[in-house]
Structure formats: structure tokens, C-alpha cells
Design a binder for this molecule. Structure first.
Ligand SMILES: Cc1cc2nc3c(=O)[nH]c(=O)nc-3n(C[C@H](O)[C@H](O)[C@H](O)COP(=O)(O)OP(=O)(O)OC[C@H]3O[C@@H](n4cnc5c(N)ncnc54)[C@H](O)[C@@H]3O)c2cc1C
Length: 398
């Protein structure tokens, strides 16, 4: 059993990225302490986070290796095709998973089941992972010998490496003075679950409107009532989203029906959530005995459902780099090693950031010149099979 006051690695933030990272590190034989400010039972509450996540096929393979997939698979709905179009335009792109093989393009999983699966898998790795929650860090010392993490309750954890995984507001990143480049899209996303008359057939739809993209993502049919269900991500200007949040279920369902008539009668019910949308990237992701991962290092617009998939690839790469270093008897806090990790993750991060940012800028406006470009682009992508297959593989994370 791990002695929590002396571990190999301290991960601050046990969210969608910090949790899988701890499991991946445990699989490499590292003793890990995870510190999260939220009590574990609160993180698992259905009301905390109503989002659904598009888990790419590549991320599913990572989850298989980490033993998480078996815990969430029963709730995952395969994405068999993706339909993208601009409202009012005849052009559309239709990505069919059969164009590149048998595997689905990804899966839609509710965040609450993802969190539960990650947490329960981490508990199975308890010999290696100590989950400390609720707990918070007051200050940290990083010196040539190691790291000391001082907790608010007076405990001190000693380790060789500190990882900041507290999401976009990461105090670990800010205290280390790691510079960020950030911008605001002046958009918000409304999240809700909907039920509908016709089955979704495994299709994920994305409709671009000048105010922002609207996505409807397939969820598992309700096992008790047989109701067809999907999750929606309705993006728009903050004033519009506040207005939608205030409508009653009948009024918002009527607006949704007008925007999206393809599944027959459609009903919004239950809690609605909203999130402001911005992007952020750090100038670097490592410092002396420190690494930052997930949304602490990069936050992207949810337009392509890529943000946390990027974070899972951070986790996989970091665990592999550290595992190999340990096998060679190297110090896992060594600067050259951490810089190697940083180099490996840079291209993926910047290309997803550029792709999502480009999509938002190209589609979220009413310029007629850009409208011509958009429609020509959609038409070209749909017609050129090698290009389409390349984009599909990229989205699938393989
Ligand atoms: C509307 C919307 C839809 C999205 N859809 C998708 C999608 O379909 N696919 C996709 O890939 N991505 C999607 N994303 C992005 C995805 O949600 C994020 O990339 C992901 O949540 C980042 O995970 P994280 O672990 O880095 O941070 P978080 O999920 O924010 O977790 C941070 C953790 O750190 C803890 N914490 C915070 N501060 C402290 C502290 N000071 N001390 C200790 N603990 C702390 C928190 O309690 C939390 O557990 C979406 C985002 C939004 C806004």
C-alpha cells in the first residue's frame, strides 16, 4: 500500500484527464497521489455535469488499455455517421464510418458515466493511486531533489514530479508562471438532453449557423422506457443562450423543433447547463519538475468534440515517456525528459487548436464571401474521397 506522504508523482485535479493519467501512471508502476478539491461523491453526481463527450475511436483504444472502457461501454452509443451542413445551404458533408472500415467513428458517453468509470477504475488501482478528496494545495516547493506539496490540512506530500490537471483555471500553471495565450469566442453553449420520436440511427449532426454551431449527438435509448435520446450542444451569443435558458420546456422544444425537424417530435426536458466558450494555449507545458496536461494546457472550442481527447493523448504520452525513463533509471523530473514530452505533444495540440478555431471563425459570421468559401469547401470535402477519409481518420484520433 502506498504511503501517501511519499509518492512518485502528485497529480492536482482528478477530472476527466487527471484521473486517466493517474491510472496510466499506476500501470507503469508509479505511486501516484491525486488531489481534487471536490468531494468524490459530488464529482459523481448526475447534476454536476450534463455534458456528453464524443470519445474518439483512438481514445476508446486508450481507455481499453487503461481498463476504463469496460466500465463505460454499456452506456456508450457508437457514432456511425456524421452530417455537417450550413443552415440554408444545399451543401453538406456526410461522413460514413463504412468509408474507412468497420469501427464506429467514436462514441457518445455522458460525462457523469465517464467520471464514474474513471473513479471506479482508479479505486481498483488503489495500491498505486491514493485519491485525496476533498483536498487542496496551499503551496508547493520544487527543488533539484524533488517536490513538496503542502495541503490545506497540514499534510505534506513529497514526490519527484508535480502534474497540474485542474482544468482551464489551473492554479498550478499560474503559480509556475507559465504564460497563456487566450481568446474569447463571445459564444456560450447550452447543454441539454432531448427525447425524440424517430431513432437517431447513430448519426451525429452539426449545423452551422452564424451565431454558432448546433450539434445533436446520439445517446443510448432509455432501457426502461425505450425513449430515443440525444444530447444537444446549442451554441450562440450569450444573450441568446440566456434567453433559451429561461424558456420553459414547451417553448424551447418548439424552437428546437424549428431548427432541427429531422427526428420528428423533439422534446427538451430536465436540467439545462451553460458554458462560456473560449480558447487557450500555454507557451509551454513543462517547467522544473512540473508538467501541465488537459485543459490546464489547452482549451479548445467544442465544435469538433476534440478537447478532452487531446488531454487523453497528453496522459498516454506522458505515462509512456515517464515509464520508459524509469526503466532506464532516469530521474522522472529531469528537464530534458519533460521537454521531450512537451515536443511530442506540440503538433497535435496546435493542429487541433488551429482546426477548431478555423471552423468557428469560418462559420460563425454572415460574410457572403466566406459563405461562398464555406459552401465550396463543404462540397469539395464531400466529393473528394481521399480528403474525406483523411479528415475522418484525424477526427477518429487514429
Ligand atoms: C460545452 C462543452 C462540450 C464539450 N464536449 C466535448 C466533446 O464532445 N469531446 C471532447 O473531447 N471534449 C469536449 N469538451 C471539452 C472537455 O470537457 C474538456 O476538455 C475536459 O473537461 C478537460 O478535462 P480536464 O480534466 O483537463 O479538466 P476538468 O474536467 O475541468 O477537471 C478538472 C478537475 O480538477 C479539479 N480542480 C480544479 N481546481 C482545483 C484545485 N485548485 N485543486 C484541486 N483540484 C482542482 C476539479 O474539481 C476537476 O475534477 C467540451 C467542453 C465544453 C465546454
Amino acid at each position: 500500500m502506498v504511503n501517501p506522504s511519499k509518492v512518485d508523482i502528485v497529480v492536482v485535479g482528478g477530472g476527466l484527464v487527471g484521473g486517466p493519467l493517474a491510472i496510466a501512471l499506476a500501470q507503469q508502476g508509479f505511486f501516484v497521489a491525486v488531489i481534487d478539491q471536490e468531494p468524490s461523491q459530488d464529482l459523481l453526481k448526475p447534476d454536476l455535469d450534463g455534458r456528453t463527450t464524443a470519445v474518439s475511436y483512438g481514445s476508446r483504444l486508450i481507455f481499453d488499455e487503461l481498463g476504463i472502457w469496460g466500465k463505460v461501454e454499456h452506456t456508450a452509443e457508437p457514432i456511425l455517421d456524421i452530417r455537417v451542413f450550413e443552415q440554408g445551404s444545399p451543401w453538406a458533408v456526410y461522413y460514413d464510418h463504412r468509408d474507412i472500415g468497420e469501427a464506429p467513428m467514436g462514441y457518445i458517453v455522458e460525462n457523469r458515466t465517464l467520471r464514474q468509470g474513471i473513479f471506479h477504475r482508479a479505486k481498483e488501482a488503489l495500491d498505486y493511486v491514493t485519491w485525496m478528496a476533498p483536498a487542496s494545495v496551499t503551496w508547493t516547493e520544487r527543488n533539484p531533489e524533488g517536490v513538496a506539496v503542502h495541503l490545506a490540512d497540514g499534510r505534506i506530500l513529497k514526490a519527484s514530479l508535480l502534474v497540474g490537471a485542474e482544468g482551464r483555471l489551473s492554479p498550478t500553471r499560474d503559480e509556475a508562471g507559465i504564460k497563456t495565450l487566450r481568446w474569447d469566442y463571445r459564444q456560450m453553449a447550452l447543454i441539454a438532453h432531448v427525447s425524440h420520436e424517430k431513432p437517431h440511427q447513430g448519426s451525429a449532426w452539426e449545423i452551422f449557423q452564424p451565431q454558432g454551431p448546433f450539434a445533436i449527438l446520439p445517446l443510448r435509448t432509455c432501457p426502461t422506457t425505450g425513449t430515443y435520446r440525444s444530447g444537444i450542444v446549442w451554441t450562440g451569443a450569450p444573450d441568446d443562450i440566456h434567453r433559451l435558458l429561461e424558456l420553459d420546456d414547451t417553448a424551447i422544444s418548439a424552437e428546437l423543433q424549428e431548427l432541427f425537424p429531422y427526428f420528428g417530435d423533439i422534446q427538451v426536458s430536465g436540467k439545462r447547463w451553460s458554458y462560456p466558450l473560449g480558447a487557450m494555449v500555454t507557451k509551454g507545458t513543462v517547467d522544473h519538475r512540473l508538467v501541465i496536461v488537459g485543459d490546464a494546457a489547452h482549451t479548445v472550442h467544442p465544435v469538433a468534440g476534440q478537447g478532452v481527447n487531446l488531454g487523453w493523448r497528453d496522459a498516454q504520452t506522458l505515462a509512456n515517456v515517464l515509464g520508459k525513463a524509469r526503466g532506464l533509471g532516469l530521474d522522472i523530473g529531469a528537464k530534458t525528459l519533460l521537454q521531450d514530452y512537451q515536443r511530442r505533444r506540440r503538433l497535435d495540440t496546435l493542429s487541433i487548436l488551429a482546426m477548431t478555431d478555423g471552423m468557428v471563425r469560418l462559420f460563425s459570421n454572415q460574410s457572403s464571401a466566406l459563405s461562398f468559401l464555406r459552401n465550396t469547401g463543404l462540397g469539395i470535402v464531400n466529393q473528394i474521397s481521399p480528403l474525406k477519409r483523411r479528415l475522418m481518420r484525424h477526427a477518429m484520433g487514429v
